[in-house]
Design a protein around this ligand. Sequence first.
Ligand SMILES: [Zn+2]
Length: 223
Amino acid sequence: MRKNRTYLLTIQKQLKLMLPGHPRILTCPFCRAEKEVLTLHSGNTIDQRMWSDNKTEAPMLPSVSYVQKCPQCGKFYIITRQEYIIEDSKWGGELGTLGYEDMLKAFHQLKEEGFVDKDEEANVRVLLFHTYNDQYRYEESDEPELTQVDKDLFLENVTWLIQNCIMDELMLAEFYREIGDMKNAQLYLDKFQTEEPFFQKLKDEIQRHILENDARVFEITNL
Ligand SMILES: [Zn+2]
């Protein structure tokens, strides 16, 4: 019995079970309304999913959105800019995950206000990039209704990321593929050399999508 219990505790320790911590209380910079967001005591990457646009999702390691929407006034703010307090008497909190429509509004509002630095802008733009792709990402996703304005912004956004973020040739190939620039995608893919089996398989997978003229994000499974 004792042995079993010790074993169980060891397993729990190894698994790093997801345990929520006390919520972080954010205050909206526009209307002062409070919002409780999640903090984690511990978590793990079991059942983590990865996609070709560099998005990862781990159910036991959920991440709080970098951009939050105020539940009262509906305006958006960047989480790292806000002062916060930890609410010791409570547990849990929300993630504040934004869908594409909200992220689009957030991007325009934050851009209008001006970013503190390039890192902040890059974080917001990556979120915009990922929420756009979220519309295609999941098996159950329906064909999204995207306007030319959406597509133009996606092109501008990913081009900005290509020009302003540090990326290796493999990622450059993937980002060019996702904006439908198969010529540059092929160029950078050919430049990328690796001896790592994982990256070789990922390269092969990107190659397959380029040949199919398919610009959509894909899940990286069993590589
Ligand atoms: Zn507010």
